[in-house]
Design a protein around this ligand. Sequence first.
Ligand SMILES: Nc1nc2c(ncn2[C@@H]2O[C@H](COP(=O)(O)OP(=O)(O)OP(=O)(O)O)[C@@H](O)[C@H]2O)c(=O)[nH]1
Ligand SMILES: [Mg+2]
Ligand SMILES: [Zn+2]
Length: 377
Amino acid sequence: MNLNQTDNILTKLGFDDYFKNQFDEIIQTEFKNESEMYFPARISIRHKNHYSIMSGFGEIKGELSGKLHFKIDTREDNGLGYPVVGDWVVIKKIEGNDFFLIEKVLNRKTKFSRLAPGEITEEQIIISNIDYLFIVSSMNQDFNVRRIERYLTMCWENDIKPVLILNKSDLCSEEEKNYYVSKTELLAQGCPVVNISTKTKENFNLLLNYFSGNKSISLVGSSGVGKSSIVNTLIGEEKMKVKDITGYKDKGVHTTTHRELILMSDGGVIIDTPGMRTVLMWSGSDGVESAFDDIESLSLNCKFTDCSHTNEPGCAIISALNDGTLTKERLKSYRKLQNEIKYNETRQDKKLKADQKKIWKKLTSQGVQRGKNKRGI
Ligand SMILES: Nc1nc2c(ncn2[C@@H]2O[C@H](COP(=O)(O)OP(=O)(O)OP(=O)(O)O)[C@@H](O)[C@H]2O)c(=O)[nH]1
Ligand SMILES: [Mg+2]
Ligand SMILES: [Zn+2]
């Protein structure tokens, strides 16, 4: 294999100063003596026992070094854990072997996490280092407001910019399209809403713009909304398998079963994901506040600062419900999300509980300050 890496490919993959500085520092401090053996690379697929990796000299395979394994197991890895799709890693060439060893995971710029499935309350990072999240819905009976709210919350929490995508516009009348767009704009609170069709390629030029500057973007949304079709249309080739339209009776079966990072020809990467069955929240009350900013601002006008918005006099939320500015459903999903977060947080260990206290303290002092600002105090 030719190990002459091209900086051009690394740049297109998103290797910017944030990662380059980390890489250089690690080489200088840890691998100085054999620095020519080490390279930066980005995880594209996580397989059961190995990883597919994009490097400056093409697609390669790699596995964790014994040392990194040990560090992760003994938690001496700065809490980074196992590499996930989107991670930048330091790899080492093994003489006479096609495999590379993953020696280090670089600190992440952003992470997209959810609650790990199973008994233990744990954060599970599923994708890292993305700039935008394309939240995909299809404009039909599968359109789900609650899901969109949840994904938005996850974005606010993790400093990822959301773009709300409404797919399958070719199946809609103009009237239906307007209905879905305005409904989504209400949820979006100023974030871009783009209606598209992979059949007519409507508005794909708008989607392509988000990749400029070698940005990393992932797609999320229920199974069947057309995530893989969007990936194929963006890259101009049928790389990802798409659900066969005749497979109607397989409804609920996921066509994409793994996360995969793909390099765009003009730079930037797109990460396809399987449709998530459940989107369980991973802590972070900050995010809920941003996704439901309207409710939070309303509550500042309640007569009592500890108003539970159930039957108190002078409750701004109840009056908004009565005059129709706020829908019962929206308040319900706000409450549900808050309860879910609280429930998960109380299941966490003591250290995390202490963090939670801090967050609440910060939030309440912010809330009080915002209330004061609003009342001109
Ligand atoms: N009419 C129409 N059909 C579309 C459009 N985009 C995708 N589809 C169809 O929708 C079905 C599902 O598309 P996929 O791309 O496999 O959906 P997905 O979101 O990747 O699904 P999972 O991988 O299971 O999460 C396929 O039959 C596509 O041909 C569109 O814009 N218009
Ligand atoms: Mg798919
Ligand atoms: Zn109230």
